[in-house]
Design a binder for this molecule. Structure first.
Ligand SMILES: NCc1[nH]cc(CCC(=O)O)c1CC(=O)O
Length: 323
């Protein structure tokens, strides 16, 4: 008689916000099912969660990732689920991205009072966001609005509108979707063509320790990886890296694979939104194999970065503007 070995528990580390728990639990369930192993959710408090300072003064969104990574390196968990857009582009020693699951909607949405669109908001209306990119985009399209710097999790931000403190806020469609709130609160989907979002927005990254991975876990990660998402988000993140911009920089980037063509467009804004530079390039991968898609991603990103830098993007992104 064979005695089945008890499968090892897979510990999934996450931030404690409702959004982080929702997306980590969804991914943990997929990993657990694929690996045939029980899962455990390990909540880790980060400085970014407890501090009331603005994100930019904390050193950008990388503050969320570092505490989680310490816990992974300390073997307090086996897997981390990050929002890819919050993950710094530099590789972390000893850690690797084991899977990039299929991306959700990459768009931002406006959540405004009385069902309003951005165009319909009266002059002087208050719009809350803590993201320098969203600030620049709002100022570019509606310089007559008042942009208010806000912090906090999704519920805190939505409360500003429902309590009547602000007229509108901007959030990611993917985040609201994962919380099951999208249909109830979004009053306008901002199209990527004139409102490109953060590199990697809407995608998740599953991070693990480098080196010998448990075989069941390695197979589970491979099964939830999405090759197109991996290539398009790589192209977008290579733009950030190439511009040497941080993850809170006023940079929007959007890549898609459509009928065999990898298309990348990126926009760099001045902080005050009065100036912007856009570059778009496409490449045809040799095949849909991961290596060929990645090669195409590097190729388009390199051309977009070169064009943006030649046009003065480095200076533009560092420009203070009349904030
Ligand atoms: N800025 C914080 C953040 N990081 C990831 C998400 C949502 C998930 C995603 O967009 O991938 C959000 C909230 C938001 O921007 O509305």
């Amino acid at each position: 008689m064979s005695t089945a070995k008890t499968p090892t528990v897979i510990r999934v580390g996450t931030r404690g916000s409702a959004l982080a728990i929702a997306q980590s639990t969804a991914i943990a369930n997929r990993i657990g099912a694929a690996a045939g192993a029980p899962i455990e959710i390990v909540t880790i408090t980060t400085h970014g969660d407890t501090s009331r300072e603005s994100l930019s003064s904390l050193g950008g969104t990388g503050v969320f990732a570092s505490a989680l990574r310490e816990s992974l390196l300390a073997d307090e968990c086996d897997v981390l689920v990050h929002s890819l857009k919050d993950l710094p582009t530099a590789a972390h020693p000893g850690l690797v991205i084991g899977a990039t699951p299929k991306r959700a909607d990459a768009r931002d949405v406006l959540c405004a009072r009385d069902g309003m669109t951005l165009e319909a908001l009266p002059a002087g209306s208050t719009v809350g966001t803590g993201s320098p990119r969203r600030v620049a985009q709002l100022r570019a399209l509606r310089p007559d609005l008042q942009v208010v710097d806000i912090r906090g999790n999704v519920d805190t931000r939505l409360a500003f509108v429902s309590d009547g403190e602000l007229d509108a806020i901007v959030l990611s469609a993917a985040g609201l979707g994962r919380l099951g709130r999208l249909d109830a609160v979004a009053t306008e989907f901002l199209e990527l063509s004139n409102w490109p979002t953060a590199p990697g927005q809407g995608a998740l990254a599953v991070e693990v320790r480098e080196g010998r991975l448990d075989r069941a876990l390695a197979a589970a990660l491979a099964s939830i990886n999405h090759v197109t998402t991996q290539a398009t988000t790589a192209a977008e993140r290579l733009v950030l890296a190439g511009l040497e911009a941080g993850c809170s920089a006023p940079v929007g980037a959007s890549a898609v694979v459509d009928d065999g063509l990898l298309f990348l467009t990126a926009t760099v804004y001045s902080a005050d939104g009065t100036a912007q530079l856009t570059s778009s390039h496409a490449a045809t991968p040799e095949s849909t194999a991961p290596a060929d898609l990645h090669e195409a991603a590097r190729d388009v990103a390199q051309r977009v970065v070169a064009e943006l830098l030649a046009a003065g993007a480095g200076k533009l992104a560092r420009m203070e503007g009349a904030v």
